[in-house]
Design a binder for this molecule. Structure first.
Ligand code: NAP
Length: 632
C-alpha cells in the first residue's frame, strides 16, 4: 500500500526538498549528490522546473528518491547513519556557505541560545507589555515565555489573529507562500493551499496561541492609547472598548506589535459625505456589506483590490475599478490552487518533507528578486532601473500581453509605466485579467473628481453610478505606531520626533525611548525578497537579546545611542537609494511627501539576520537601576 502510494505520489513532490527529506530520513547520501544540486540564478524571473535540472537528471533523482523511500519502509524504517542537517542544507543552497546559519535557523527546531531563561536579579519583578496579539505579538509572547519573562498583551479585537482577524474582505488570502509565512518554530504539515486563505491563517495563529497557552495573557477588547516613560517604567493608558473605562497599567518594557497596516486610509474626496450608497474600506469589511447584484465601485488596484474584485465580480451587477497606477504582477499559477493530494500525502507521510519544503521556499525567496531591483546608476532607459530589471520587465509584459488577447484595448492601462520593484508585485494566476475582461467590468483610469449622491464623477466629466464603493486605498503605512501616543524620557513625544519620518535602530529601538521595542518597525518591510515572518523572527531574537542583557546586567533600561541611531538611518537611506523602491520619484505608500522611504528594508535578508543576532555594546546604552524609595 505504502509502496504503491510512493510510486503514485513521488512526482508531486518538489524535487529538491524531496531529496533533502528522503536523504535525512534514510541516510542515503547519493540523494544529495552534487549532480542533483539546484541550479538557480541570482537574477531569476521564475523558479525553473525541477530547480533547473535537466529532465533526464530530474527523472533519475525522483526514481532514486522513490527507491530510497521504498527500501526504507520495506525494511521496517530501519535507522540509518544520520546525515548532518548542515550537509543537506549545503546541498539545497548549492554550496552557499554564507547563508548556512540563517538556513539552519529557518529549518526550525533549533535550540536558540537566546531561548535559555534570562536571569533576573532575585526578587526583581519584570513585566513586558505587548500591544497587539497578531502574528508578531503572539511570537513575542512565546519568546518571552521561553525566556521566563512575564508579560501582558493588549488586543483591540476579541480574539487573536491581527491582520487576518481584521481583513475579512472577500478573497483575502496570503500573497506570499504559506510555508514561508509560517513560523520556523511552529511548522505544519497539513496546509491545503499554497497561499493560505485568511480563515486558515486565523486558525493557525489561534492554534499557536493555544499550544503556547498565550490567550490567557491577552486582555481582549482593550486599546493602549498612551504610553509614558515614568520612573523607570512604561505607564500605559488602557481603554476598555466595552465600557470605555481607562485604566493605568505599568510595565517594565513595551513591545509594539501593532503592525504597520492598521490605519485605514480613505482619501478625502470632495462630496464623499453626500454619497447615499454604502461605503466600506477593505480592512473594515463586515458580513453585512451588500455587494451581490449591486453596482460596485472599487477604488485602488493594490494588493487588497486585487483580491476583492475577482472574488466578487461574478456576483455584482456591474464593477467599476478606479486605477491610479497599474500594479506589476508576478506569474504565480499556484496562487489559488489547492495543494495536490500527492503533495499532501508526502507532507503527511515523509517525515520532515514539509520542513524541507518550507526551507526551499525560504531559500528562493531569500535570493528573491533583490538583484533585479538594484539600480544601475549608468542605466538610462525609462521604465527600468538596470539591464536585468528591463529583462524582467519584458518577461512580465509578455505575460500580461498573453492574458489580454481579444481585449488589447486594455493593454495600455494594465502595463505599468514605472520600473518593476518600485512596489511589491501581486501574484498573478490570471484572475485579474479575467475580471477586467468581463463585459460588466469597467477599468477607469481618469482621476476621481468628486462624489455625489449617486456615484462618482471623474475628471473627464463622466459620472459613474454606484450602490457600493469599496475603498481599497490602503493604509497610513509610514505612520508607525501611529495609534499610540508614546512619551519617552524627558517628555519627548515619539510622534513629534518622527513626524512623517519614522525610524528605528535595527527597525526596533529609538534613543530617548528606553525599553521600547517595535516589531515590524520602520524600514523592515519587504518588496522583492523574503516573507515578513523572517523579519519578525529576526527582530524577536534581537528583542530577546536586549531583554536578557538588561536583566542579566541588572540594568533599568536599554536603548540605542544617538550616534548609532543616526548612522543607522544614513545607512538605510544609502541602501534604499540603490533600490528601485527608493530611487527615482515614483509614488508609493512606502515613501513620505519628500520621497523618503521609511518602510522598506534595503539590504539582503542575511544582513538583517546578522544585525539582529547580537546587541552591539558600542551602539547601546544600558542605564543602571537607581535606588528608589518604595512608596507605601
Ligand atoms: P495599497 O497597496 O496601498 O493600494 C492602494 C491602492 O489605492 C493603490 O492602487 C493606490 O494607487 C490607490 N489609491 C490610494 N489613494 C488613492 C486616491 N486618492 N485616488 C485613487 N486611488 C488611490 O493598499 P492595499 O492594497 O490595501 O495593500 C497594502 C499592503 O498590504 C500591500 O502592499 C501588502 O503589503 C499588504 N497586503 C497584503 C495582502 C496579502 O498578503 N494577501 C493583501 C492585501 C494587502 P497608487 O498605486 O497609484 O498609489
Amino acid at each position: 500500500m505504502l509502496t504503491s502510494d510512493i510510486d503514485r505520489f513521488i512526482k508531486d513532490g518538489e524535487l529538491i526538498p524531496l531529496l533533502c527529506a528522503v536523504a535525512e530520513l534514510t541516510g542515503d547520501r547519493e540523494l544529495i549528490d552534487p549532480s542533483f544540486r539546484p541550479r538557480l540564478e541570482r537574477e531569476m524571473v521564475t523558479i525553473p522546473e525541477h530547480a533547473g535540472l535537466d529532465p533526464e537528471t530530474a527523472r533519475t533523482a525522483y526514481a532514486r528518491a522513490a527507491h530510497a523511500l521504498r527500501t526504507y519502509f520495506d525494511s521496517g524504517a530501519a535507522a540509518a547513519e544520520a546525515i548532518p542537517a548542515e550537509k543537506i542544507i549545503d546541498f539545497l543552497t548549492a554550496g552557499d556557505g554564507d547563508h548556512a546559519e540563517l538556513m539552519r535557523h529557518e529549518l526550525g527546531d533549533v535550540e536558540e541560545p537566546g531561548w535559555a531563561k534570562a536571569e533576573a536579579a532575585p526578587g526583581r519583578s519584570f513585566v513586558v507589555g505587548i500591544v497587539g496579539a497578531g502574528q508578531s505579538g503572539l511570537a513575542m509572547a512565546s519568546s518571552l515565555r521561553r525566556l521566563g519573562i512575564d508579560f501582558v498583551m493588549f488586543e483591540a479585537a476579541d480574539r487573536v489573529g491581527g491582520t487576518w482577524r481584521w481583513n475579512a474582505y472577500p478573497g483575502c488570502r496570503l500573497d506570499t507562500s504559506t510555508l514561508a509565512y509560517s513560523f520556523s518554530f511552529f511548522q505544519r504539515n497539513d496546509w491545503n493551499q499554497h497561499f493560505a486563505v485568511r480563515e486558515t491563517l486565523e486558525d493557525y495563529f489561534s492554534e499557536f496561541a493555544d499550544r503556547e497557552g498565550l490567550s490567557g495573557s491577552v486582555r481582549f477588547r482593550t486599546r493602549v492609547t498612551r504610553a509614558t516613560w515614568l520612573d523607570g517604567q512604561w505607564q500605559l493608558a488602557v481603554e476598555s472598548l466595552d465600557s470605555g473605562d481607562i485604566s493605568t497599567v505599568r510595565v517594565d518594557a513595551l513591545v509594539s506589535a501593532v503592525g504597520f497596516l492598521n490605519q485605514a486610509k480613505i482619501p478625502d474626496f470632495p462630496g464623499l459625505d453626500d454619497f447615499r450608497g454604502e461605503t466600506v474600506h477593505s480592512a473594515e469589511w463586515h458580513p453585512d456589506v451588500e455587494y451581490r447584484n449591486k453596482r460596485v465601485s472599487v477604488i485602488g488596484t493594490g494588493a487588497s483590490a486585487y483580491q476583492i474584485a475577482p472574488a466578487i465580480v461574478d456576483e455584482v451587477s456591474s464593477l467599476t475599478i478606479y486605477q491610479r497606477s497599474a500594479p506589476w504582477m508576478l506569474p504565480a499559477p499556484l496562487y489559488q490552487a489547492e495543494v495536490t493530494e500527492g503533495r499532501r500525502w508526502l507532507m503527511e507521510n515523509v517525515p520532515s518533507y514539509h520542513r524541507w519544503l518550507r526551507l526551499w521556499e525560504v531559500w528562493h525567496s531569500t535570493i528573491g528578486k533583490y538583484a533585479l531591483a538594484k539600480v544601475d546608476p549608468d542605466w538610462t532607459t525609462e521604465g527600468s532601473v538596470s539591464e536585468p530589471n528591463q529583462r524582467f520587465r519584458d518577461a512580465l509584459v509578455a505575460n500580461v500581453r498573453s492574458q489580454y488577447e481579444g481585449r488589447e484595448d486594455l493593454l495600455d492601462a494594465v502595463i505599468p509605466t514605472y520600473p518593476v520593484g518600485v512596489k511589491r508585485m501581486l501574484r498573478d494566476n490570471g484572475v485579474w485579467a479575467r475580471t477586467l475582461k468581463q463585459s460588466h467590468t469597467e477599468l477607469v483610469t481618469a482621476g476621481i473628481e468628486s462624489f455625489d449622491a449617486d456615484g462618482i464623477r471623474t475628471v473627464d466629466g463622466v459620472h459613474h453610478p454606484a450602490d457600493l464603493v469599496v475603498f481599497a486605498t490602503g493604509f497610513y503605512g509610514t505612520n508607525h505606531l501611529g495609534t499610540v501616543e508614546v512619551i519617552g524620557r524627558d517628555g519627548q513625544s515619539l510622534r513629534e520626533l518622527w513626524g512623517d519620518e519614522s525610524r528605528a535602530y535595527n527597525g526596533i529601538t529609538v534613543p530617548g525611548f528606553p525599553n521600547l521595542f517595535c516589531l515590524n518597525g520602520p524600514n523592515t518591510g519587504l518588496v522583492a525578497i523574503g516573507s515578513q515572518t523572517f523579519m519578525t523572527e529576526s527582530a524577536l531574537h534581537y528583542v530577546s537579546e536586549c531583554l536578557r542583557l538588561l536583566l542579566e546586567t541588572g540594568s533599568e533600561s536599554i536603548e540605542p545611542t544617538e550616534k548609532a541611531y543616526r548612522e543607522y538611518i544614513d545607512w538605510i537611506e544609502e541602501g534604499n537609494r540603490q533600490m528601485a523602491w527608493g530611487s527615482g520619484s515614483e509614488r508609493s505608500w512606502y515613501r513620505n511627501a519628500r520621497g523618503t522611504n521609511t518602510v522598506v528594508w534595503p539590504y539582503s535578508l542575511l544582513t538583517y539576520y546578522e544585525i539582529t543576532r547580537h546587541v552591539s555594546p558600542e551602539d547601546t546604552v544600558l542605564v543602571e537601576r537607581p535606588i528608589r524609595a518604595v512608596s507605601a
